[in-house]
Design a binder for this molecule. Sequence first.
Ligand code: ZN
Length: 312
Amino acid sequence: MPKPLTRIAGSLLLTASAAGLLGACSTDGSAAEADDRPLVLTTFTVLADIAENVAGDHLRVESITKVGSEIHGYEPTPGDLRTASDADLILDNGLNLEAWFAQFVADVDAPHVVVSDGVEVLDITSDAYAGTPNPHAWMSPLNVQTYVDTMVEAFSDLAPEHAEDFAANADAYDAELQQVQDDLVAEVEALPAEQRAIVTCEGAFSYLARDAGLTEQYLWAVNAEQQATPQQVADTIEFVRANDVPAVFCESTVSDAAMQQVVDATDATFGGTLYVDSLSEPDGPVPTYLDLIRHDADLIVAGLTGREVDGT
Ligand SMILES: [Zn+2]
């Protein structure tokens, strides 16, 4: 079993090192090169990328969940808890995104900061989650400017000697967020008013839809359900037919099987895979958060206009 072995190897290494008994591998400088920057742990890959933009090289940033993970109902592993015990700061999204997080942080000592604090929250309007906050606040680049403010404060508490750099990094990143926001709004505004509808698996686009003036329809409210009921499929088919929606979408972290039923029952085509809850691998279509918003905006507009889009 790999886990106990890792633990034993780790403690042997520590003992040997402390006793000065380690052989050649300790004299080649590898120990001296160990990364001693403070460790910031985020709950998912999107937050990690945003945090890296603020931190620059001054902090080590890692995500608990990996690329492609379903993040709402994630179950932390013993390895995650060991990593968290080394963390100097943990960032979570909040707004009930990480259902597993309260128990997780109860078991670790590192301080934690909720990065969505201060954003204007939209509530979920249907299903069992009606009236609770929609957690996907990062799908608005303007909200992410608030996330960035919160990170600057938290990082400056953690490493005050780099506070000026964090603020400067944040200013530069804020300008990029604004540009992505402006491009998104301009792209959607170029569509005929009756084509401004977004149909997805998860109701994850409420903030983006609000920013861009899109009408939103989805199969299920949050991925914790992730199994479309016959009623949800029927409602979505009705919406697509009634609004003559040309393309529908699904997200990278869930199955698109239910949305394919909608495609089969209507004139809509499947417009492609949108990214919300996870980045892609570095060589994939959305290695960064800014890429994620650009990719989704391009794909949505291409689907609604019947235009071809690269890389999908
Ligand atoms: Zn989600």
